[in-house]
Design a protein around this ligand. Structure first.
Ligand code: NAD
Length: 383
């Protein structure tokens, strides 16, 4: 059924908000929407939506994260409804339709997905496929006139990220990256400590995110460099983004970096360590792995420290400070908060909390880390 003109107006609203420039202030911080605020949070609560319409979400890519986290989390949202699926695996369709009551007319393949432009039940396409496929899927998603949510890491290169930003801008739709930690209430308390300079000027920071798994197999995308596999893209992006929101600064250079790679063609990094330098001279350390366990974001300031430990599991994120405060309690479901925040940004036409410019800036850091590891030299980060 063709969209009504009202519907088209709705989808094309907020031209400026879809551009990177308007989002630039959010590059090192968070937007003002925060449905996640708790009573003792210093972050103001999100304004209520101007209407009670629910945002219809179509998930593109029905893999582990979509099935295990996002679809169940959508059931817990206030402002979203899982209405559609876009998949390259027809065998998955019956189970998804049955479990979530997805109507036949809202089921698409990668070949037919462009037709979603005429489906007024769908407002958002959420791209949850291997990282190297994000650019093409997200650009196509934006071209349908639907808002785009894109999983982290945003894409393989800053140029690919820019393609997605440009596509969203052209289509006048909102673009949000799946950085769930930016929506997590306890993490937001840590962010606020930095914004308030609650412990004085920052002195240093570190961020570690790794899990002790088996090296990823070569026949799976997580085991392939050119698909976005490996520790740095998969887990390291949490440390890069964590240092960004934890310090509220963008790094100027990668001072040094080291990668331990699988010894085979297209072998991914199993562990990466790196040192960043900020424009004010401050240093931060990052470490990420798919074979070692660690998980923290630690900020040292002139009058004390504060940290999230662990910093990014689905559940149990918790913070503490040098003077004995706890940043808690853990929230039951981060992804539902994330998607409600992103839905409210659409309903209220406000800035998203994790814009494409932020996703692109993080990928620029990741590319600089790789270059530094490969050349043994300091690498400036161009934003
Ligand atoms: P997965 O391997 O479990 O699923 C990937 C899905 O993409 C599969 O359904 C697969 O069929 C489909 N796909 C589409 N095109 C493909 C192609 N060309 N090659 C291979 N598969 C293709 O992966 P996942 O764990 O669901 O991760 C998907 C994305 O979500 C990644 O970008 C990942 O970084 C991100 N992710 C985010 C979080 C988070 O906490 N935000 C957690 C897990 C994964």
């Amino acid at each position: 059924m063709p969209e009504s003109s009202t519907r088209r107006r709705f989808l094309r609203q907020s031209t400026a908000a879809a551009t990177g420039l308007l989002f630039a202030p959010a590059l090192i911080g968070c937007g003002r929407n925060n449905a996640a605020s708790t009573e003792d949070s210093p972050v103001p609560a999100s304004p209520p939506p101007q209407n009670d319409r629910k945002i219809g979400v179509a998930i593109l890519g029905l893999g582990g994260y979509a099935k295990g986290q996002i679809a169940p989390a959508l059931q817990l949202t206030q402002h979203c409804e899982l209405r559609g699926i876009i998949t390259g695996s027809p065998d998955k369709i019956p189970e998804w339709q049955q479990q979530y009551g997805i109507r036949d007319e809202n089921v698409y393949s990668y070949d037919t997905m462009d037709g979603i432009a005429d489906n007024s039940a769908i407002d958002v396409i959420y791209v949850i496929t291997p990282t190297a496929t994000h650019r093409d899927f997200a650009v196509r998603a934006a071209a349908t006139g639907k808002h785009v949510w894109c999983e982290k890491p945003m894409a393989m290169t800053p140029e690919e990220c820019q393609d997605i930003i440009d596509a969203a801008s052209r289509a006048q739709v909102k673009l949000s990256i799946g950085y769930r930690m930016l929506h997590e209430p306890n993490t937001r308390k840590l962010i606020q400590l930095t914004k308030d300079k609650a412990y004085g000027e920052l002195r240093s920071a570190n961020s570690y995110a790794g899990y002790a798994g088996n090296p990823p197999p070569a026949d799976y995308w997580r085991g392939q460099r050119d698909m976005g596999g490996g520790a740095l893209y998969d887990m390291g992006v949490y440390t890069v983004n964590g240092l960004r929101y934890g310090t509220q600064m963008s790094p100027a250079a990668v001072v040094e970096a080291f990668q331990r790679r699988q010894e085979r063609a297209n072998g991914v990094d199993l562990t990466t360590t790196y040192t960043l330098r900020y424009p004010n001279g401050m240093l931060a350390e990052g470490k990420t792995s798919v074979v070692e366990d660690y998980n923290q974001l630690h900020i040292e300031a002139e009058n004390g420290w504060y940290e999230m430990k662990p910093m990014q599991p689905y559940q149990g994120v918790k913070g503490s400070t040098s003077d004995g405060k706890t940043l808690g309690p853990p929230v039951p479901n981060q992804q539902s908060i994330q998607m409600d925040d992103d839905a409210l940004a659409i309903l209220n036409d406000t800035e998203v909390m994790a814009p494409g410019t932020m996703g692109k800036a993080d990928i620029a850091v990741i590319r600089a880390i790789i270059e530094s590891a490969e050349t043994g030299k300091e690498v400036e980060i161009s934003n």
